[in-house]
Ligand binder design. Sequence first.
Ligand code: PLP
Length: 228
Amino acid sequence: MITYEQFYENHQRVLERVLAACARAERDPATVKVLPVTKTHPIDAALYAGRAGYTAVGENRVQEAVDKMTTDAGVQWELIGHLQSNKAKLAAEKFHRVQSVDSAKLAKKLATAASEQGRVLPILLQVNAGDDPAKFGLGCEETPAVLELVLGLESLQVDGLMTIAPLSDDPDVARKCFERLRDLRDQLEARFGVNLPELSMGMSGDLEAAVASGSTMLRVGSAFFGAR
Ligand SMILES: *Cc1c(COP(=O)(O)O)cnc(C)c1O
C-alpha cells in the first residue's frame, strides 16, 4: 500500500487533470465529483480518501466492502460492481448507493430489501452503452422499460445512469460510449418527465473523455492508489 503522502500527490494530479478537462469542456468543476475506488486495497485506501476530504468511496464486491466497513473511515460506500441477487439484501443494508443495477430482477430484490429495512435506497442503472460483451449492464433498448419499473418502486430512488467504457487504445471508443449514455439520459428524462442528474462515467484512463461528454462522477482507482 502506498503512503498517505503518495496518495495525496496522486490526488493532486487527478485534480489537475479534472480541472484541465473542465476548462477544455467549459464546465464548472463543481459539477464533476470524483469517487475514489478502493477495491482490492486495504482499509487504508478509504481512510486516505476520507482524510483528503472525499465523502464516498467505490467498491465492487459486497463482502470485501462489508469487511472494510467495520472500520469507520468517515466515508459513504457505493457499490459499483456486479451484484448477484442473493446478495441484494446485504447490499441494500450496507451501501449508501448501488450504482450497478443491471436487471429488473435485481431492482425488485433491492426494492423489497430496502422496503423491509424501512429505507429508500439510491441507485443508478448500469447501462452497457459500449455494447461490450465483457461488461454487465442493461442494453440501451431495454433501459426505458427497467426505468419505468424502478420509478414505480417506492423504496428505490433512481439518481441517474452508470457505464463502463470498453477497453480500447482508441479514445473515440470511450467518447462514443459516454455520449451515448448522455443522450440516453436526455431521452429518458424527456420521455418520463424525471430528473436523472447523475452520469457516473469515466475512470483513470478515460476521465478526460468522460468530462467532455458530461460526466458528473468519475470513478478513479489506479490513478489514486496505484496498479492493482
Ligand atoms: C475498478 C473500477 C473503476 C476504477 O478503475 P481504474 O481504471 O483503476 O480507475 C471504476 N469503475 C468500476 C466499475 C470499477 O470496477
